[in-house]
Design a protein around this ligand. Structure first.
Ligand code: URA
Length: 203
């Protein structure tokens, strides 16, 4: 059987659709591998599919997705121009948070997606995807900041669903979105993590 590292993006996504590696597959309607061009410069990583995503097999197509579309539009990006995926590819029951074992089980798929797409900028949406790339950090401290590691710039944002439910986060998430074009433009010039400065607070 082919290793994940040998699979094309299409093959990888077909494998995700048939995955039974954790218990989440039992409750899913459709797995949600992710969507967007293979040469996308920006990848958005959310938490896990919700009800709408599970029905349609597409990421961020419910209310949080509509808000994400608006946020993208505010910086003249279309969702077709970016790659959107999640830490976990199947919907957790009753939209509960993904369990550590589920995140670990799905990690290989996200790693291969990143390896194939090689985005310049990865935007983490919410705590679970932030925890992967900014371990031991707090979203309230690092949102809107960029950090470069292994040639990729990581940029943490609140989850759009959190901003929908908590009005006070709306201004913050909208302001952070406006920093993305500059983070992308600076991606080539930014200093790698481990050298100073470790983080650039852009704009
Ligand atoms: N929330 C997420 O984190 N991901 C989705 O795909 C939809 C809602």
């Amino acid at each position: 059987m082919a290793q994940l590292s040998e699979l094309s993006l299409g093959e990888l996504h077909r494998k995700i659709l048939a995955c039974t590696d954790c218990a989440l597959h039992r409750g899913r309607t459709k797995a949600v591998p992710g969507d967007g061009p293979e040469n996308a410069a920006i990848m958005f990583i959310g938490e896990a599919p919700g009800w709408h995503e599970d029905q349609q097999g597409q990421p961020f197509v419910g209310p949080a997705g509509q808000y994400l579309d608006q946020l993208l539009g505010s910086i003249r990006l279309k969702r077709e121009g970016v790659f959107i995926t999640n830490v976990v590819k199947c919907r957790p029951p009753s939209n509960r948070e993904p369990l550590p074992g589920e995140i670990i089980s799905c990690r290989k798929y996200l790693d291969r997606q990143i390896g194939l797409i090689r985005p310049k900028l990865i935007v983490t949406l919410g705590r679970h995807s932030m925890a992967r790339y900014f371990p031991n950090e707090n979203i309230s401290k690092i949102h809107g900041k960029a950090r470069k590691t292994d040639g990729i710039v990581y940029f943490a944002m609140y989850h759009p669903a959190a901003a929908l439910h908590q009005g006070s986060l709306r201004k913050i998430i909208e302001a952070d979105m406006f920093r993305i074009p500059q983070a992308l433009a600076e991606a080539g010039r930014m200093v790698e993590k481990g050298q100073e400065p470790q983080q650039l607070n852009l704009l």
